[in-house]
Design a protein around this ligand. Structure first.
Ligand SMILES: [Zn+2]
Length: 305
């Protein structure tokens, strides 16, 4: 395992955006992630974010300072759930998820989510509800609906302005999408984009957002800066534009991508753009699972390979 120290002090603290209060829930009541069920963990007070190596696709596990858990996307298939996602969660001492986020209906993001929902308890499922008729997405909606009807899960409608009450130590805000794009057939640009902040350290998770959604989010104003940026759409040339990078001002870029994928991801243009800004690049195809740990003041990045 390799470890890198963060490049410097992270003194900037951000002005609290005003739109956080808006809380939209399809069910009822406030979103509360409840009392953690597991005993206190060795890493209490530490936020751990694992960018799991599931090949071409996304799956990110967030373990909060107070023992809450969130999964953002579920890889391609039940194999990713069975062999990577659930075992990694269990290896860290957890047997349930507080939040499960499906950024958008594409196979490489939701393929393993039904298996996750069937294998471990999940409290909240966060997704846009965009209409999309693939078998995988319909199976996901059906499973969410079944668990909701059984009183085991609450769906959360993901839109800009929603704040997820994940952990009192963290601020988790949905930056996108807006309502309008969800009505279109554009799945990538209706990705759920999340900014997560622990004291002075922020992450932005982008799904497969492309230039259109990046521009839209920037047009809405508010603080978007993040030291750690999950590069959107596996490094596709259709995203991670100059304006986006300027506004985010990241120090670390994580690209979740499969080796020798047929899409040519990540694009050399994006790699060059990041390199010009001296942003440190981590790639799951070359380094395996990438783990960022932080106490909210500084952060460390470690890689599996
Ligand atoms: Zn994707």
């Amino acid at each position: 395992m390799k470890k890198d120290k963060s490049p410097g002090a992270h003194s900037w603290r951000t002005v609290v955006p005003l739109f956080l209060i808006s809380l939209l829930i399809l069910g009822c009541g406030l979103i509360r992630s409840g009392t953690p069920t597991q005993p206190s963990l060795p890493q209490e007070g530490t936020l751990t974010v694992l960018f799991l190596d599931i090949g071409q696709g996304d799956s990110i596990l967030v373990l909060s300072p107070n023992g809450h858990t969130m999964l953002i996307d579920g890889g391609n298939s039940s194999k990713d759930a069975d062999q990577v996602i659930v075992p990694t969660l269990k290896a860290h001492g957890y047997d349930r998820l507080d939040f499960l986020v499906a950024t958008h209906p594409d196979q490489d993001h939701i393929g393993g989510l039904v298996a996750v929902l069937q294998e471990i308890p999940v409290k909240y499922a966060v997704f846009t509800g965009q209409e999309h008729t693939t078998q995988t997405y319909e199976a996901f909606l059906e499973e969410v609906s079944r668990l909701k009807n059984a009183g085991q899960l609450t769906p959360v409608k993901a839109r800009r302005g929603v704040a997820l009450d994940f952990d009192p130590a963290l601020k988790v805000e949905v930056l996108g999408p807006g309502d309008d794009v969800v009505q279109t057939g554009d799945t990538n640009n209706a990705s759920v984009v999340i900014r997560l902040t622990y004291k002075a350290v922020s992450f932005v998770f982008t799904g497969d957002a492309e230039d259109d959604e990046e521009s839209w989010i920037l047009s809405q104003g508010g603080d978007v800066r993040a030291q750690i940026l999950k590069i959107s759409h596996h490094g596709s040339k259709n995203g991670t534009g100059e304006a986006w990078l300027k506004a985010m001002s990241p120090e670390v870029a994580v690209i979740s991508v499969g080796a020798d994928n047929r899409y040519g991801h990540p694009s050399s243009q994006v790699i060059e753009r990041l390199a010009r800004r001296k942003i440190k690049i981590y790639r799951t195809d070359q380094q395996g699972t990438i783990t960022v740990t932080t106490d909210g003041n500084s952060y460390q990045v470690s890689t599996e390979k």
